[in-house]
Design a protein around this ligand. Structure first.
Ligand SMILES: C[S@@+](CC[C@H](N)C(=O)[O-])C[C@H]1O[C@@H](n2cnc3c(N)ncnc32)[C@H](O)[C@@H]1O
Length: 288
């Protein structure tokens, strides 16, 4: 393995992914995994990254261009986003730059985003970019049980060592619920069952996975658990701290749990209210 990449392995870079990408050598990672901010006005605490749509697509193209440079010819790139953002990226850049681009759907149930004038958005697009014809893809890592295991041909395939069928190009996974074991105070988490499937489909142990956006650390933790090397970035200090702590301790500590944060905020609000009440009582006593 190139020495130039070794120093970045299993490290989380605190800063902008574009800065980190510029430092990485050509053809050094086996998988690029990307779940960026979707430019739809989400606030991460008090921080928002929203810009005009055209500016966003220019940035998304730049991100993909640098990522294809660091991706090995045998590698794969997954980009998760809303369909419109991914369609623009695909048509304006990826279709020309890659050997092949597939558009998969992650489907989930949703209680929000209902509108009387259109169907409810309940899926995300996952672009799968194959840099060359010779991309590594490991069906046996992600195979699902055959639907008709008693069929003669299927029995033969099983007898020949097949572990099951290739999953379809749409995936149903529940959103990470507030009560879920993997939920943190991060605003937008990808379910680990989904990221694990994507990572396993395209890598083997000791392969290098570049995770553009660390977020809650959910994908990085998957890499650690299944013995893939990760290289990751996160620009926000509080998320960066959570990721490092999560990796060091092997768990999500209570202070990073959404429920804990909510309860603590509530307790703080109550304390502030009490303080104000006391000030009011003291002032009124002084006045009288
Ligand atoms: C959609 S979230 C990723 C969530 C992640 N998939 C998870 O499951 O936890 C995007 C993350 O990217 C971070 N971010 C935004 N712009 C960034 C940049 N230019 N470089 C690195 N991180 C960035 C945000 O702070 C946020 O945590």
């Amino acid at each position: 393995m190139s020495n130039k990449i070794t120093k970045y392995l299993n490290q989380v870079y605190f800063g902008d992914i574009m800065e980190l990408l510029k430092k990485l050598p050509d053809q050094s990672v086996d998988l690029v995994y990307s779940d960026p901010d979707y430019n739809v006005g989400i606030k991460y605490g008090s921080q928002s990254y929203t810009v005009s749509f055209n500016e966003y697509i220019d940035w998304y193209i730049e991100l993909s261009k640098e990522s294809l440079r660091v991706l090995k010819d045998s590698g794969n790139m997954f980009l998760i986003n809303y369909p419109k953002q991914n369609s623009h990226l695909r048509v304006k850049y990826l279709d020309d730059a890659c050997y092949d681009v597939l558009d998969y759907a992650w489907v989930y149930n949703s209680n929000i985003g209902h509108s009387p004038s259109r169907f409810t958005t309940a899926h995300r697009s996952i672009l799968h970019c194959r840099k060359t014809k010779k991309n590594n893809f490991y069906k046996n890592n992600v195979a699902l049980p055959y639907k008709n295991p008693n069929d003669k041909r299927i029995k033969q395939r099983l007898a020949n060592g097949s572990r099951g069928r290739m999953p379809y190009d749409w995936f149903y996974f529940d959103l990470v619920k507030n009560v879920s074991k993997e939920k943190t105070f991060h605003a937008c988490q990808i379910p680990q069952a989904l990221s694990e499937m994507l990572i396993k489909s395209s890598t083997m142990p000791n392969d290098n996975v570049l995770i553009h956006f660390g977020g809650s650390g959910s994908e990085i933790e998957v890499c650690q658990r299944i013995d893939r090397n990760f290289i990751a970035a996160e620009i926000d200090r509080k998320y960066y701290k959570m990721i490092v702590d999560r990796l060091d301790s092997g768990k999500i500590k209570p202070e990073y749990r959404l429920e804990f944060r909510r309860a603590t905020n509530f307790a703080r609000q109550q304390a502030r209210l009490l303080e104000k009440e006391n000030e009011y009582i003291t002032d009124n006593k002084t006045d009288s």
